[in-house]
Design a protein around this ligand. Structure first.
Ligand code: KG4
Ligand code: ZN
Length: 375
C-alpha cells in the first residue's frame, strides 16, 4: 500500500511517500529562516508559505519517485494539532488530491505520527512508554500498540522545546534556538546544580518548565556578559561559525540548562515506570527535542539501567517531517480506518476526536475507532 503524507502543521512544508512502512521519497521546505526574522513563527506567513510550496513539492516528489497520483493508494494529511491556517492549507491540498484521484483520505494526529516515527526504523517492543517532546508538547503516554495510546502526563505550561527556544531568545540567539543551544552545549561543561529540576518533587506525571525559565532569567540578570557573547554568536553568518565564535561561559550555561531539561524528563519517566502497574518493555522518544544530544544520552542511560528497549528515531525523523505522517496514515489505512472529505483541521489546544471510519471497501461508513485517549 502506497501512502502519500502531507505535513503543514507549523513551519515545515513536507510531503513524503511510504510504501508498506518504508519511505520511498520525501520533500521538505523549512520556513525557519523566514520566521527567524520575527523571532518566532508568524502564523499568517506560515500559511502563505505552505500555500506557496505544497504543489511544487508534490510535483517534485512525484517526479523524483517516478510515480503519479494513480500509484497512490491513500492520502494522509496532518489534521492537528497545529496552527489552524497552516493546517487548513495541507488539509485542503490533501482533500483535493483524494477527491481528484478518488483515493481514501486519512487525517493524522501529528503527535501520534511523531510517536510512531521510530517504527519506520526499528521494531517497537509493545507495550512501551512514550515520551513526546516537541515545540508545543511534552507528553508521556502508555503505548499498547501503534494505535492504542493513553496519555499519562503533559506539560502544564511550556513544552520542553518551548523552554529551549525561550532560553535561546533570552540569550539573544536566533529562532529556533533548540538546535543551536544543543550545538553550543556540546562545547560546554554542565554544572548540574546551576538550574532546578522543576515540578519533580511530587507524584504527578505532568511537567512544568516555567520555574526553569525563571531561574535561567534570574541567573542571566546576574551574568549579563554571557548575553553579550551570544550577540556575537547570533551575528555569525553560519551555524558552524556561530559555534566557533561562542565563548566558554555561554557554552557552559547552555550545557547546564539542557542538563536540567534532560534530567527533568528522566525523573518523570522514572516515576511513570514506577507507577505503571503492568510492566512495559520499551521507551519511545519522539519530537524535535528527541534530537537533543543530552536528552538522547539521558534516555540511553535510563533504558540501560531499567533493562528497556530504547526506540529513538534518527535525527531527521525527530523534527517535523512528512515521512512520519505517511507512515501513520499507512498504519491507520491498513486497519481499514480513514476519514470522509468533511475532515476537520484541529488547532493546538483543542481535543482531537478519534473520528475515523472503517472501510473494508465493501461496507463504507461503519464506525470503528482507534482507542487513543489523547489531546
Ligand atoms: O517536533 P518539532 O520539529 O515541531 C513541533 O511539532 O513542535 O519540534 C520543534 C522543537 C523546537 O522547539 C526546537 O527548538 C526543538 O524542537 N529542537 C531541539 C533540537 N532540535 C529541535 N531542541 C533541543 N535540541 C535539539 N537538537
Ligand atoms: Zn512536531
Amino acid at each position: 500500500m502506497l501512502c502519500l503524507g502531507i505535513e503543514t502543521s507549523c513551519d515545515e512544508t513536507a510531503l513524503a511517500l511510504v510504501r508498506d512502512g518504508v519511505c520511498v521519497g520525501a520533500e521538505l521546505a523549512s520556513q525557519a529562516d523566514v520566521h527567524a526574522l520575527f523571532g518566532g513563527v508568524v502564523p499568517e506567513i506560515a500559511s502563505r508559505e505552505h500555500y506557496r510550496f505544497c504543489a511544487t513539492l508534490y510535483d517534485s516528489l512525484m517526479a523524483r519517485s517516478g510515480l503519479t497520483l494513480s500509484d497512490v493508494d491513500v492520502v494522509a494529511v496532518t489534521r492537528g494539532p497545529g496552527l489552524l491556517g497552516a493546517l487548513l492549507v495541507g488539509v485542503a491540498f490533501g482533500k483535493g488530491l483524494a477527491l481528484g484521484g478518488n483515493k481514501p483520505l486519512v487525517g493524522v494526529n501529528h503527535l501520534h505520527a511523531h510517536l510512531l516515527a521510530a517504527a519506520l526504523e526499528q521494531e517497537i517492543r509493545w507495550p512501551s512508554l512514550g515520551l513526546l517532546v516537541s515545540g508545543g508538547h511534552t507528553h508521556i503516554y502508555r503505548m499498547e500498540g501503534p494505535t492504542r495510546l493513553t496519555l499519562l502526563g503533559r506539560t502544564l505550561d511550556d513544552a520542553a522545546g518551548e523552554a529551549c527556544d525561550k532560553f535561546a531568545k533570552m540569550l539573544n540567539l536566533p529562532y529556533p534556538g533548540g538546535a543551536l543551544l544543543d550545538a553550543l552545549a556540546r562545547r560546554g561543561t554542565a554544572d548540574p546544580a546551576l538550574f532546578p529540576r522543576p515540578y519533580t518533587k511530587n507524584d504527578s506525571l505532568d511537567f512544568s518548565f516555567s520555574g526553569l525559565k525563571t531561574s535561567a532569567a534570574t541567573w542571566l540578570e546576574k551574568h549579563p556578559d554571557v548575553r553579550k557573547g551570544a550577540v556575537a554568536v547570533a551575528a555569525a553568518p553560519t551555524r558552524d561559525k556561530a559555534v566557533a565564535v561562542a565563548e566558554q561561559d555561554l557554552c557552559n550555561v547552555c550545557a547546564s540548562y539542557l542538563t536540567a531539561v534532560a534530567d527533568t524528563l528522566r525523573l518523570k519517566l522514572e516515576l511513570a515506570l514506577k507507577q505503571e502497574k503492568e510492566p512495559v518493555h520499551g521507551l519511545v522518544v519522539a519530537g524535535g527535542v528527541a534530537a537533543n544530544t543530552q536528552v538522547r544520552a539521558a534516555m540511553k542511560a535510563l533504558t540501560e539501567a531499567q533493562g528497556l528497549a530504547l526506540h529513538l528515531p534518527s535525527l531527521d525523523l525527530c523534527t517535523d517531517n512528512a515521512v512520519m505522517i505517511a507512515h501513520m496514515g499507512w498504519l491507520l489505512a491498513k486497519e481499514g480506518l480513514h476519514h470522509e472529505l468533511d475532515l476537520s483541521a484541529i488547532p493546538r489546544g483543542q481535543f482531537i476526536p478519534e473520528d475515523e471510519v472503517f472501510t473494508d471497501f465493501k461496507f463504507r461508513g461503519q464506525s470503528a475507532k482507534s482507542s487513543c485517549t489523547t489531546a
